[in-house]
Ligand binder design. Structure first.
Ligand code: ATP
Length: 357
């Protein structure tokens, strides 16, 4: 029987709360799968680890969790724990870069009409995926040491042919499993780096004649996503644009508590909610665990075994069914359920699912 070793990195703030909830769901799923087992191994990474050991991402820990089959991460960083230059610790971004997890997949799906601030959208009518380039773009030189005595600071938006090609291919491959439409979001009318990105996108598009394409400037996209989100299937974009659009898109379907993500490379992959450590609600038992639970479904898909894929569908269908009942809402969605209560309802629904699910 295949046995998958899963590294868990709970991290900071609400990270441990949403990971604990997700492990309950994964145990319930495992009990429903015939032919696979999961073993979980926890690692300490993040602002809390920095306070303990002086390093938020110890290299020996990275080497250890790289040996696992997949990595499930909660959230990292705390506003009061910063590097001497004032920026927050972001080991989750360091992990993406160190493991070359270039493909940031952020599915956006409306589960219930009351979750969206938009009028006239029913469950399922907003359903697209943002594919964010994770390893270059405007984040490319964020770790470059700089003199401290200058009257200016710059950040470089770097697009390489290799980086653009592989993220565009990832977007087209994903579109082939969905509604076969890819939208490139850029600023090719102003920035040469973005004109280059577009030229690479256009070249890759010729390899996928069965996939329709469109090209939209980032500023227009902020408007269109709010006006006509149903238009989009797969959206591919640069690192910083993807970062910003992901939050906007999450806002269309109920906020960060419902937005899962996967950071995928050719060798490794990390699955985590799109949200951060949410220190404003940490420790209160009110965090919405659904984004992390749905990230675990992305992980089961990526593990690419018939039984883990069945587990992924079981999680997604169960979450959709549980959230279809407006009584099953956490505080971020205007409801009264805490983290534990909503998790128990999801676990119970998994246990009660018909055997063929
Ligand atoms: P980062 O920069 O690390 O992504 P952030 O500063 O953008 O983090 P988050 O930690 O994602 O912010 O939190 C943004 C807001 O969303 C906060 O008000 C937080 O309480 C809320 N939030 C985030 N995640 C959840 C969740 N799982 N459940 C409920 N509310 C959440």
């Amino acid at each position: 029987m295949p046995r998958f070793q899963i590294a868990t990195l709970p991290g900071d703030g609400i990270g441990p709360e949403v990971i604990a909830a997700t492990l309950d769901v994964l145990h319930a799923v495992a009990a429903r799968l015939a032919d696979v087992q999961f073993a979980f191994q926890e690692f300490s990474v993040g602002a809390g680890e920095y306070l303990r050991s002086g390093d938020p991402l110890p290299p020996a820990t990275v080497e250890a969790f790289k040996q696992c089959d997949a990595i499930l991460l909660g959230a990292m960083g705390l506003p009061d724990v910063r590097w001497p230059n004032g920026v927050e610790m972001t080991p989750q971004i360091d992990i993406r870069e160190q493991l070359d997890l270039y493909n940031g997949v952020r599915p956006i799906r409306l589960f219930h009409e009351t979750h969206t601030p938009l009028k006239g959208y029913a469950a399922g009518q907003i359903d697209f995926v943002i594919v964010r380039e994770n390893c270059e773009g405007l984040f490319s030189e964020r770790r470059t040491p700089r003199p401290t005595d200058r009257d200016f600071e710059t950040d470089t938006l770097r697009i390489t042919r290799r980086g653009a090609e592989r993220i565009c291919r990832a977007a087209f491959d994903l579109a082939r499993k969905r509604r076969r439409h890819v939208t490139l979001v850029d600023k090719a009318n102003v920035l040469p780096s973005m004109a280059f990105f577009r030229s690479v996108f256009d070249a890759v598009a010729t390899e996928y004649p069965d996939v329709e394409t469109s090209r939209v400037y980032i500023d227009a996209m902020a408007l269109y996503l709010v006006q006509k989100p149903e238009r989009y299937d797969v959206i591919v974009t640069e690192n910083m644009f993807g970062d910003i659009l992901s939050d906007l898109a999450a806002g269309l379907v109920g906020g960060m508590g419902l937005a899962p993500s996967a950071d995928i490379g050719d060798e490794y992959a990390v699955f985590q909610p799109s949200h951060g450590s949410a220190p404003d609600i940490a420790g209160r038992g009110i965090a919405n665990p659904v984004a992390t639970i749905l990230s675990a479904a992305l992980m089961l898909d990526w593990l690419d075994h018939p039984e883990t894929r069945r587990g992924a569908r079981l999680i997604e269908d169960t979450v959709a069914r549980v959230l279809a009942d407006p009584a099953n809402r956490t505080a971020d969605l205007g409801g009264t359920l805490g983290t534990r209560a909503v998790t128990e309802r999801i676990v119970a629904a998994i246990e009660a699912a018909p055997p063929e699910s």
